[in-house]
Design a protein around this ligand. Structure first.
Ligand code: CTP
Ligand code: MG
Length: 257
């Protein structure tokens, strides 16, 4: 492919819904932290020139030990994330810009660099998914999102929930045609100039500091067309305890994209 690939691995979340005392990226999956799996998954990606890992402020050293233990052949560094995912990604992008690697370093206006934003929580993302995203960016798509078709029928909510007979009940609304809908995953891939500009604008306009916009929404505001490539169910986001159980099974039974 020939183009340099950079990646921000977001791992600064606390994992409230998983419910473990430690940050989610340190929770063990088949004997190793989620972060270890996420970083090892990137190892075979050709052209990977640098990875920035966002960590909770108090865990910078622990996260660096996990990365060290993963015996990675690509350059990496750990930085402190922010209080929201949007801010963590922004900090991660700043980290890419200040990578101490000399000549090959990415700049914020580089249209040739491929920048991936990837959630450590999708620890079992198959290599082919990274490759599909990178190939689509390299083919000229400025913003690429891996996505899956919906398994379930989806319905809109039509009003406020209420409780009757101790059951929470919610009025149901319209049924959108799910053929037109996708569930989005990571890594999301961008031409370097696109993602740096999008997050810079998001950072400057985020007056409330609520960091509510994801990478795709920030890029959409700049008017770029975004594209889907196939995601995979193996790239599930480990969110609840059941997801961790499923992921444990997947980790023990690989090659099932
Ligand atoms: N993340 C981050 N910085 C934050 C919040 C989230 O880097 N301030 C990262 C998480 O570490 C995770 C990814 O963004 O890899 C997706 O977030 P999510 O799955 O929601 O993880 P958590 O925020 O940790 O989980 P929860 O929402 O249950 O607390
Ligand atoms: Mg979260």
């Amino acid at each position: 492919m020939g183009r340099s690939i950079y990646c921000v691995v977001t791992a600064a979340g606390s994992g409230t819904r998983l419910g473990n005392p430690e940050p989610k990226a340190l929770v063990k999956l088949a004997g190793s932290p989620l972060l270890h799996h996420a970083l090892r998954a990137l190892e075979p990606l050709q052209g990977l020139a640098g990875v920035v890992i966002t960590a909770p402020q108090d865990y910078l050293e622990t996260f660096a030990q996990v990365a060290q233990g993963a015996a990675l052949s690509y350059p990496w560094k750990v930085i402190a994330g922010g209080t929201t995912r949007q801010n963590s990604v922004y900090q991660g992008l700043q980290g890419l810009l200040s990578f101490d690697r000399g000549a090959g370093q990415v700049t914020a206006d580089d249209p040739e660099a491929i920048v991936l934003i990837h959630d450590a929580a999708r620890a079992l993302t198959p290599l082919q998914q990274f490759q599909r995203v990178c190939a689509a960016v390299a083919s000229g798509c400025p913003a690429v999102v891996p996505a899956t078709e919906l398994v379930d029928t989806v319905r809109e909510v039509a009003g406020e929930s209420f409780t009757r007979q101790e059951v929470e009940i919610t009025p149901a609304g319209a049924t959108p045609d799910r053929a037109h809908l996708r569930c989005v995953q990571t890594p999301q891939g961008f031409a370097g100039n696109v993602i740096f500009a999008a997050h810079q604008q998001g950072h400057e306009e985020d007056q409330a500091g609520d960091g509510a916009l994801d990478d795709a929404m920030l890029v959409a505001r700049l008017g770029y067309q975004q594209y889907f490539v196939a995601g995979s169910r193996q790239a599930l986001k480990i969110t609840y305890p059941l997801d961790l159980q499923l992921a444990t099974w997947l980790a023990q039974n690989p090659n099932r994209e």
